[in-house]
Write a protein that binds this ligand. Structure first.
Ligand code: ANZ
Ligand code: ZN
Length: 864
């Protein structure tokens, strides 16, 4: 056996052996319990970052542990290969997105292979492959048939200079990211998926999922089921009687209404603007700016009074209608009743425009002032109506019931459930995505592409230039024949949202070569037993995947309604940041690898200088590793320098999978040192360990018992930690085991061999290469077979038993100390040990013992 641990040798040998034997190829074995563990598929951005390394290592550790425990485990991998970065790279470098994407996939796949991941590559899926996206198109057409997909106009961001639609993230401070032009909103026809039809089920099914509570809450809030009242404020216009409908969750505050506000797109706003150019101008202003809801929430509240009045349905007072930029056309009725005393947004709004504030609910012990907003003003807990006439004294629920009943009696309103969830707009005016399989014919209208003509293949040789979708300029793509009437027609050039691609890929891994969308292999593997990914996907990706599963279930394509039984959201990887600021206040960030840090005597960092020029840089604190802060660590450098096992060990050891992980160079060093110790223990005891299998077993001595007890009690804990995915303490368990082994001087060969084999197996899921090699070199493979399928070590409960016990020592019934004896010591041995005790000599004052009483397991009493 090699004296020195050389990770690169060990790892390339192990990996080529795994490759040669197709060690991770997985089939559907009916007789074994299956376990399907999936990492969220990466975007092929160019190279792996530490977040990927962490995610896939967690998955890999799980895989290896469960495989040894008798499960048929599958760990697949794929590529979320469509999307904007490929188009941006194409623009920057003049290469087609396809080339860039495939090159990146090849490189990143190589990196994953060098990490030693147990991926079944025969199931690889790239979402930009026509064999995959064909099924996006196919299911889309099925949804269209069933009315789950439909067409309507939607609002997009329009860049008037580049003449292109912008994604929300391409709108920066209301301007196009490339042109800097003020962005406009435009209405264009788009395709939607009726996810709202599944809102109730999406909400109620959350309950049964083994997902982090906060992810469930985020989904719940996104779906947003609101119980409220929908009612109308009567008004008259153009000789017609109408109602301005609003939705409110606080009908108990109806007597505090001091204005109404409508969205800029509201029909009443449009109508009133006909006579008032200043309203028209304000509406135009509102239509600029991003369409993202998050922008709307943080935007400065602005509005304009219309001078038009509606009637309060219960007081008959006149209430002015305002147009407000914080009112969303897409929620409720696109109009609100303004209750500034109890709604924070309304409060901010009237503060700006000097409208009246009227308190109508009170909480005992709290006083109200219209000067500044207090948290409790919006409270419904413990509040009662005041200044509300007949509703005075009613609590929140009582008041809502009473108000709703009164409005109902007037025929003006009723209780209503409203959802925040909107239908999913899937049309993107972009090139690098799944083509929407529709043909536009002048005579027949929108014609679905016939099933036998699928997939509509995306040309892979176009290069976008930033001025609109290159597909639309490709005659070869656009021009086609109408499948219905045979006349010349034009293809739809919009592509699908990339969330479509990621909504079901895990089902395709199961049956990657199926001639149908999925097949019975999908029934075998799905749902995922464990899904692993970043918290950034807690809402949209997971919600769309859940919706897609339910749609597929309703079409009898799959048998599950929820794609992931369990979800683990891994914590972020953090690192120090360093920067310099120029006179204009712009920060330049330096990579931690290019910086030398000085520490004070307590080891705290106090300053840093840049290697390149020796000049100081500012310590910017610990932040998530990111390109923008330039504080990433390239995993490849780590692997090249220390080996994949060290990288894996460090990332698993540094913190539990769900917590943040702080990068530490010293931690990496420590991990590498530990693996060298594991190696050198095996290497220096090679003969003993190999010989241990044939050596005659002697009665166990104290050293043997101690080391076995230590190893098995640590194993017990490690087992528990493996099951609850607490991999950091699994690593500390392995460290304890090595300490115990190193301290077991004089243990029998058979015992050393047995206990070291436990250490190798406990460590193996985390560091598969080095343990794989040691396992074989030390002859374990001959006995148990390859480490990949070796049996997981069982805790030897007998070894855990204390072999010695302490008995209370009494002289004439008084406690004088304690004696330690073997647990199974015979009576004579206990007596002898007690009589030899120094305390007995001291307290019997030289008198000979008359009697020795032994209470087994408890005490010895010497009577003198
Ligand atoms: C009056 C009121 C008084 C309200 C009060 C709240 C507190 P959730 O819980 O999210 O459903 N609202 C209704 N439609 C809106 C729209 N299109 N754009 C912006 N805001 C809208 O929120 C419901 C509340 O959001 C409604 O209840 C309404 O304001 C506002 F003390 O009505 B409330
Ligand atoms: Zn036609």
């Amino acid at each position: 056996m090699q004296e020195k641990y050389v990770p690169s040798d060990v790892e390339s040998a192990a990996q080529s052996e795994w490759r040669a034997s197709d060690a991770y190829k997985t089939t559907e074995i009916a007789s074994k319990p299956k376990f399907y563990c999936v990492s969220m598929l990466p975007y092929p951005s160019g190279k792996l970052h530490m977040g990927h390394v962490r995610n896939y290592t967690i998955n890999d550790v799980m895989y290896r542990y469960l495989r040894m425990n008798g499960y048929n485990v599958l760990m697949p991998m794929g590529w979320d290969a469509f999307g904007m970065p490929a188009e941006n790279a194409a623009m920057a470098n003049g290469v087609p997105p396809a080339r860039w994407t495939y090159d990146n996939i090849a490189y990143m796949k190589g990196q994953m292979q060098s990490m030693g991941l147990a991926i079944d590559w025969s199931r690889e899926v790239a979402t930009c492959s026509p064999t995959y996206y064909k099924w996006n198109q196919w299911l889309f057409l099925k949804m269209l048939e069933k009315g789950i997909a439909y067409k309507k106009t939607g609002t997009v961001n329009w860049d008037p200079v580049d003449q292109t639609v912008l994604a929300n993230e391409q709108v920066i401070d209301g301007r196009g990211w490339r042109s800097g032009a003020l962005v406009e909103k435009r209405e264009i026809p788009m395709y939607y998926m009726r996810i709202t039809q599944y809102a109730d089920e999406l909400l109620s099914d959350l309950e049964g999922l083994g997902w982090p509570e906060r992810v469930k809450v985020m989904q719940q809030n996104w779906i947003g089921k609101s119980y409220g009242v929908n009612f109308g404020f009567p008004y008259e216009i153009d000789g017609e009687e109408k109602l301005l409908r609003v939705f409110t969750t606080r009908a108990d505050t109806i007597m505090g209404v001091t204005f109404c506000a409508v969205a800029a797109e509201h029909p009443l706003a449009t109508r009133l603007a006909q006579d008032k150019p200043e309203l028209q101008a304000f509406i135009e202003e509102c239509k600029r700016g991003g369409v993202a809801e998050a922008d709307v929430a943080t935007m400065e509240k602005k509005g304009i009074g219309t001078g038009f009045y509606v009637t309060h349905p219960l007081t008959q007072e006149r209430v002015e209608v305002w147009i407000g930029n914080y009112v969303l056309m897409s929620y409720g009725e696109g109009a609100v009743m303004g209750v500034p005393a109890h709604d924070e947004r309304d409060f901010a709004f009237v503060k700006k425009y000097g409208l009246p504030i009227k308190q109508v609910v009170a909480v005992e012990g709290e006083s109200f002032s219209a000067d500044a907003w207090q948290e409790w003003y919006g409270s419904k807990e413990g509040c009662v109506c005041v200044n509300s006439g007949k509703y005075d004294g009613l609590n929140y629920t009582q008041a809502i019931d009473a108000v709703a009943a009164d409005l109902k009696a007037l025929g003006l309103g009723d209780k209503q459930v409203t959802w925040r969830l909107r239908d999913w707009g899937i049309s993107r005016q972009r090139y690098w995505g799944t083509p929407i399989p529709i043909i536009h014919c002048d005579t027949c209208g929108d014609v679905p592409v016939p099933e036998q003509d699928l997939p509509v293949v995306l040309p892979e040789d176009l290069v976008p230039d930033g001025t609109g979708n290159p597909l639309a300029k490709s005659e070869a793509f656009v021009n086609c024949v109408c499948p219905k009437c045979g006349a010349p027609a034009k293809r739809e050039t919009d592509t699908m949202d990339t969330f479509v691609d990621s909504a079901w890929y895990f089902s395709r891994y199961a049956a990657p070569d199926a001639k149908t969308m999925v097949d019975e292999r999908t029934d075998y593997w799905m749902p995922m037993d464990q899904y692993i990914g970043g918290i950034e996907h807690a809402i949209l990706h997971l919600l769309y995947s859940r919706f897609w599963a339910k749609v597929m279930r309703d079409m009898n394509l799959v048998k599950f309604a929820e794609p992931a039984k369990n979800l683990l959201t891994q914590g972020m990887v953090l690192n120090e940041t360093y920067y310099r600021e120029n006179d204009a206040g712009k920060k330049a960030w330096f990579n931690p690898a290019d910086v030398v840090v000085t520490h004070d005597d307590k080891g705290r960092p106090v300053g840093a200088t840049l290697n390149a020029d020796g000049q100081p840089v500012v310590l910017g604190g610990i932040e998530k590793m990111s390109k923008s802060k330039n504080n990433g660590v390239d995993p490849q450098i780590l692997i090249d320098l220390y080996g994949a096992d060290t990288a894996r060990l460090f990332t698993m050891f540094a913190s539990p999978p769900e917590q943040q992980l702080e990068w530490s160079g010293a931690g990496v060093e420590g991990a590498s040192r530990f693996l060298r110790r594991v190696w050198s223990f095996g290497q220096s005891n090679e003969a003993v360990l190999r010989g241990g299998s044939s050596a005659a077993a002697h009665a166990p001595g104290d050293v043997d018992k101690t080391v076995r007890r230590e190893i098995y009690s640590v194993l017990k804990q490690a087992d528990f930690d493996y099951q609850r995915l607490q991999y950091n303490t699994v690593v500390s368990a392995a460290m304890k085991m090595l300490n115990a082994l190193e301290g077991a001087k004089g243990a029998q060969p058979a015992v050393l061999r047995e206990t070291y084999s436990v250490l190798l197996r406990v460590l193996y899921p985390v560091v598969p290469h080095v343990t794989f090699q040691l396992w074989r070199e030390l002859g374990y493979a001959d006995e148990f077979g390859s480490l990949l399928d070796a049996p997981w070590p069982k805790v030897d409960e007998a070894a855990l038993e204390q072999t010695e016990i302490e008995l209370v020592l009494q002289v004439n019934g008084k406690v004088r100390g304690a004696v330690t004896v073997a647990k199974d010591a015979p009576r004579e041995a206990i007596e002898a040990a007690a009589l030899a005790h120094e305390m007995v000599a001291k307290f019997s004052e030289g008198k000979p013992p008359k009697k020795v009483i032994v209470v087994p397991g408890r005490l010895v009493n010497i009577v003198v």
